[in-house]
Design a protein. Structure first.
Ligand code: NAD
Length: 460
C-alpha cells in the first residue's frame, strides 16, 4: 500500500506518511475562524460519514450538514433509517424541521456503501455493558467490520463512542486493517469523545471544545481539521488513549460527586437536615466547590456505565479502582433508598405499600429527554411492585413503558387518586405547586419543592 496519499480533506494536500506520535503531554488548540480550515471549507465541502445515528450521531450529522457539508448516515436500524429518511427526528435535541431543512445533503441508509465516498467517517455506536457488567464492544466490532469492507485510502476514521483506553489502537485498528489498509499510513485513525449533554441548549456541538487524539500526529491533525468545521475549539492530546481516558475522567468525576451528595442525602435523612439547603448554602462558596445535586439515582447511557469500562481496564493491570466502584455502588443503591423513603412516607399516614396507588412523575432518566436507559425509575417501579404496590406513572415524553405494561396516565385524574405521588424526573412544564395542592402525599426526590413546607410533602 502506498503511503503519502492525499487525505482529501478540505481539498488540502495532507500527507499521511507522518507516523510520529505527538510528544507526550503535547496539546494544541485550534479555533474556528478566518483561518486555513475555514478557507478550505469554502473551497470544497467535505462528505462526512456517520456510523450510528442516535443521541450522539444525529446531532453531529446535523451540525456538519448545517456547516455546508454532505452527510452520509449509516445505521443498522431499519426503522430509524426510515424515520430519518422521511425527515423525522426521534432525538429531542434535533427538531425534525432542522433535519428536513438539510434536504439532499443528508442521507440515511442501512447500506454502508455510501461511506466509501466520504472524506471522514465518525463512529458513534453504543458501548453498553455485557451481563457481567463488562464492556460490550460488539457494536464497535460490528461497525469496524462493516467499515473495513468499504474504507478507502485517504479517509479519516474517528471513534466517538465512550470506551476504555486502548480501544481505538488495540481493538478498532486491527479490525479496520483487515481491509488491507494501514492506519496512520493509508488512512487516518483517531479518537474523539462526544461530550453532548442531551436536552442542553447552552452547550452545543459548536461551543463545547472537542478533544482529539490520533494514532499519529497527522491523524490527530486530520481529525482536528474535520471537527474544526463544526467546533469553535479543538483540543489535541498526544494519543487516542489520552482522549479515551479524558472522557472517562469527566464522567467518573460526575459519578463520584453525585455519589457523594447521594450518600450525604442518606445521612441528612437520619440527621433531620435538609440536604437541599446544605447544597444551596455550600454552592455560595465562590471557589473550591462545585455543585452536584442528589436525586433518585444516576441514569443514562454514560454515567452508570462508563466507570465499569475503566474498572475493567484497570483489572487487566491488577489494579482495582475502588473509589470509582464505590461511587457506582452508592449510586446504584439510591433508587432502593427512594423506595424506602416512599415506604416510610406511607407508613407515617398509616398505609402499607401493599395495595397503595403510587404515581411516579417522570420516568426518563433526566428532565427534558425521553431516554430510559438505566433510568432509576425502572428500578423504583420494580421494587415497589415487589412490595405489591399499584404503580402508575405520568411522563409526557414517555407514552408507554412496554416492558412494564404501563402507559402514561393523565395528571388531572391520576394525581388525586394516588395514595402517594413521587417526583422522580420533573420535566419542564410540570406544575409542582399544582401537584402539591392536589396530591394526598407528595414525595420529592429532586428538590424542586425546596424551601416549601407542607403537611403532605416529603423531600429527599
Ligand atoms: N447519549 C449521550 O448522552 C452520550 C454522550 C456522550 C457519549 N455517548 C457515547 O456515544 C456512543 C453512542 O451513544 P448514543 O447515545 O448515541 O447511542 P444510541 O443508542 O442513541 O445510538 C446508537 C445508534 O447506533 C446504531 N448502531 C448500532 N450498531 C451499529 C452498527 N454496527 N453500525 C451502524 N449503526 C449501528 C443504533 O441502531 C443506534 O441508532 C456511546 O458510546 C455512548 O456512551 C453518549
Amino acid at each position: 500500500m502506498s503511503s503519502g496519499v492525499e487525505s482529501g480533506l478540505g481539498g488540502r494536500q495532507q500527507l499521511l506518511h507522518s507516523q510520529e506520535p505527538r510528544a507526550p503531554g503535547g496539546r494544541s488548540r485550534r479555533s474556528r475562524g478566518p483561518d486555513p480550515v475555514s478557507a478550505a471549507r469554502t473551497l470544497r465541502p467535505m462528505r462526512i460519514g456517520i456510523v450510528g445515528l442516535g443521541y450522539v450521531g444525529l446531532p453531529l450529522a446535523v451540525a456538519f450538514g448545517d456547516a455546508g457539508h454532505a452527510v452520509v448516515g449509516y445505521d443498522t436500524s431499519g426503522p430509524r433509517v426510515e424515520r430519518l429518511s422521511r425527515g423525522e427526528s426521534d432525538i429531542e435535541d434535533v427538531p425534525s424541521e432542522r433535519l428536513a431543512a438539510l434536504g439532499d445533503s443528508f442521507t440515511a441508509s442501512t447500506d454502508a456503501e455510501g461511506l466509501a465516498r466520504c472524506d471522514a467517517v465518525l463512529i458513534c455506536v453504543p458501548t453498553p455493558l455485557a451481563n457481567e457488567r463488562e464492556p460490550d464492544l460488539s457494536y464497535i466490532t460490528g461497525a469496524a467490520r462493516t467499515l473495513a469492507g468499504v474504507i478507502r485510502e485517504g479517509q479519516t476514521v474517528v471513534l466517538e463512542s465512550t470506551t476504555y483506553p486502548g480501544t481505538t489502537r488495540d481493538h478498532l485498528r486491527p479490525l479496520l486493517e483487515e481491509s488491507g489498509l494501514r492506519a496512520g499510513a493509508d488512512f487516518h485513525l483517531a479518537y474523539s469523545p462526544e461530550r453532548i449533554d442531551p436536552g442542553r441548549a447552552d452547550h452545543t456541538v459548536a461551543n463545547t471544545p472537542k478533544v482529539v487524539g490520533g494514532i499519529t500526529a497527522a491523524c490527530a491533525d486530520s481529525a482536528a481539521e474535520v471537527y474544526g468545521e463544526i467546533c469553535d475549539e479543538v483540543v489535541q492530546v498526544s494519543s487516542p488513549e489520552a482522549a479515551e481516558l479524558t472522557k472517562l475522567l469527566e464522567n467518573i468525576f460526575r459519578s463520584v460527586n453525585i455519589a457523594l451528595v447521594n450518600e450525604l442525602a442518606q445521612l441528612t435523612d437520619r440527621l433531620g437536615i435538609d440536604i437541599w439547603e446544605v447544597v444551596d448554602a455550600a454552592a455560595t462558596k465562590p471557589f473550591g466547590f462545585m455543585r452536584f445535586e442528589p436525586g433518585p439515582g444516576m441514569g443514562g447511557h454514560c454515567l452508570p456505565v462508563d466507570p465499569f469500562y475503566l474498572a475493567f481496564k484497570a483489572r487487566e493491570h491488577d489494579f482495582y479502582t475502588e473509589f470509582v466502584e464505590l461511587a457506582g455502588k452508592i449510586n446504584q443503591a439510591q433508587p432502593l433508598f427512594c423506595v424506602r423513603k416512599i415506604e416510610r412516607a406511607l407508613n407515617e399516614v398509616g398505609k402499607p405499600v401493599n395495595g397503595s396507588k403510587i404515581l411516579l412523575i417522570g420516568v426518563s432518566y433526566k428532565p427534558g429527554v425521553a431516554d430510559l436507559r438505566e433510568a432509576p425509575s425502572l428500578k423504583i417501579i420494580r421494587h415497589l411492585r415487589e412490595l405489591e404496590a399499584d404503580v402508575g406513572y405520568h411522563d409526557p415524553l414517555v407514552p408507554e413503558l412496554a416492558e412494564q405494561g404501563l402507559s402514561s396516565q393523565p395528571l388531572p385524574e391520576a394525581v388525586p387518586e394516588a395514595d402517594l405521588v413521587a417526583i422522580v424526573t420533573p420535566h419542564p412544564g410540570i406544575d409542582v405547586d399544582d401537584l402539591l395542592r392536589r396530591s394526598q402525599l407528595l414525595v420529592d426526590f429532586r428538590g424542586v419543592t425546596r424551601g416549601v413546607e407542607a403537611p403532605n410533602l416529603v423531600r429527599l
